[in-house]
Design a protein around this ligand. Structure first.
Ligand code: SF4
Ligand code: SF4
Length: 421
């Protein structure tokens, strides 16, 4: 947390801006504690501060005591840097905005949405985790949180295409489909980019990437920086418009899907001029249309649901539709689907270095889940989940396999790819 700011002024701004967001919680929470066991952070750490209801409690308490200084919460005491540090940790490091607690809450309190609002207020007050804020700024200034500029993208795409022997259209003048990328894939999992290209070419899709709008991740949204969130959305709208794409495909990235599919129109104040599909939804459609021909995968496999694609996104069935008949030894985890445990790195937590020890604790839940299925491979459809889990796998020296849906499917295409252009 920066100490060069006026903490009193920042606190005032934060409290003023969170009042509306906290009203639902303050009015609705009956302190039943039912949400505690729904949160992977609490289950993994056993720390009462990690229960969903507690994450907003100190802020709500400060609100009450400052609004009603002689009320039952006692006299208002000055809010210091220690309080702000605790609030920052609770809002940013210990909530992946996975929405699992909302499913359990008898009052249907959407803690994830309230945390998102409180994060915006925190950042508006000049506060917030520096690495997450820097990722958002890099997205605005360089095009992506990992500094993938348009020139860097051209360079990477040329290399990925050559290295994998696949055609990857970039800045085609016209295309039915605009494919976007997560810079996690572009920089850390380039085989995923090649896999998506192979699949789209194989199915004869008219598609392109665009240097006008290529980054699917939205760290503006995760960091609570509304202006950057909107800028990232506008870039994709511009890119889709410039090639006449009626469909924008989000790659293996959960929050990118959630933001563009469910929040972008509200950010812009108008409907999006295209449909938004996650790559698992798009592949499921191609498969239903008979455009994906696959050789079977016989090793025991399980699937990790990215929270923003399944529970929060509504596309729970699509990855399973893709795997159906192909993964002949598929085993579901318990719990699974809309109730699946989060990877621990969503909501920008992956980008917060100091949260790594807590993420590793959370991964123990996943290791246990996978081991109970007997699966050798766990696939996911989110590169952020994959990165989070790969880091924790290395931390624990876990022997289980972690793979990507698009890569495993692309590795089992029957025919030689049919190039679309
Ligand atoms: S949204 Fe997820 S991470 Fe956040 S408090 Fe609820 S269960 Fe925990
Ligand atoms: S389940 Fe809902 S009402 Fe109960 S403590 Fe949690 S947030 Fe409050």
């Amino acid at each position: 947390m920066s100490t060069s700011i006026d903490l009193k002024a920042a606190t005032r701004t934060f409290l003023a801006q969170t009042e509306g967001h906290l009203a639902t919680y303050l009015e609705g929470c009956v302190h039943c504690g039912a949400c505690a066991d729904a949160c992977h952070f609490y289950v993994a750490s056993g720390d009462p501060r990690h229960t969903p209801a507690y994450k907003l409690f100190p802020i709500a308490k400060a609100h009450r005591s400052h609004k009603f200084p002689f009320g039952w919460f006692g006299f208002a005491r000055p809010i210091g840097e220690r309080d702000l540090r605790e609030w920052e940790e609770l809002l940013f490091d210990t909530c992946t905005m996975c929405g699992r607690c909302t499913m359990i809450c008898p009052m249907a309190i959407d803690i994830a949405a309230i945390v998102a609002g409180a994060r915006r207020a925190f950042v508006a007050a000049g506060l917030g985790p520096p690495d997450l804020l820097a990722a958002a700024d890099s997205s605005r200034d360089h095009g992506s949180p990992l500094g993938v500029t348009a020139d860097k993208l051209r360079e990477r795409i040329e290399w990925i295409a050559d290295d994998n022997g696949v055609t990857i259209p970039l800045d085609a003048p016209k295309a039915d489909v605009l494919l976007t990328l997560s810079s996690v894939e572009t920089m850390k999992y380039p085989k995923s980019v090649a896999a998506m290209a192979k699949l789209l070419n194989h199915a004869g899709v008219s598609w392109t990437l665009s240097t006008k709008g290529y980054e699917a991740t939205n760290f503006g949204y995760l960091a609570g920086k509304g202006d950057i969130a909107k800028t990232m959305v506008e870039r994709i709208v511009t890119a889709a418009g410039s090639v006449g794409a009626k469909t924008v495909v989000i790659p293996e990235c959960g929050h990118a899907y959630g933001v563009l599919r469910w929040s972008a129109a509200a950010m812009l104040g108008r409907p999006l001029p295209f449909q938004v599909l996650h790559i698992s939804e798009f592949l499921a459609r191609l498969k239903r249309d008979g455009k994906l021909r696959l050789t079977p995968f016989d090793e025991p496999m399980t699937y990790h649901d990215p929270c923003q694609v399944s529970r929060r996104g509504g596309a729970t069935a699509d990855a399973r539709d893709v795997l159906s008949g192909f993964a002949r030894n598929f085993r579901e985890m318990t719990p699974t689907g809309d109730e699946n445990w989060c990877c621990g790195g969503g909501g920008g937590v992956q980008a917060i270095e100091r949260a790594a020890p807590l993420r590793h604790q959370v991964f123990k839940l996943k290791m246990d889940q996978v081991e109970r299925t007997g699966a050798k491979t766990m696939v996911s459809a989110c590169s952020n989940c994959r990165l989070t889990m790969d880091e924790s796998k290395a931390h624990w020296q876990w022997q289980g396999g972690i793979d990507s849906l698009v890569e495993i499917v692309a590795d089992h295409l029957v025919e030689a790819p049919r190039q679309s252009r």
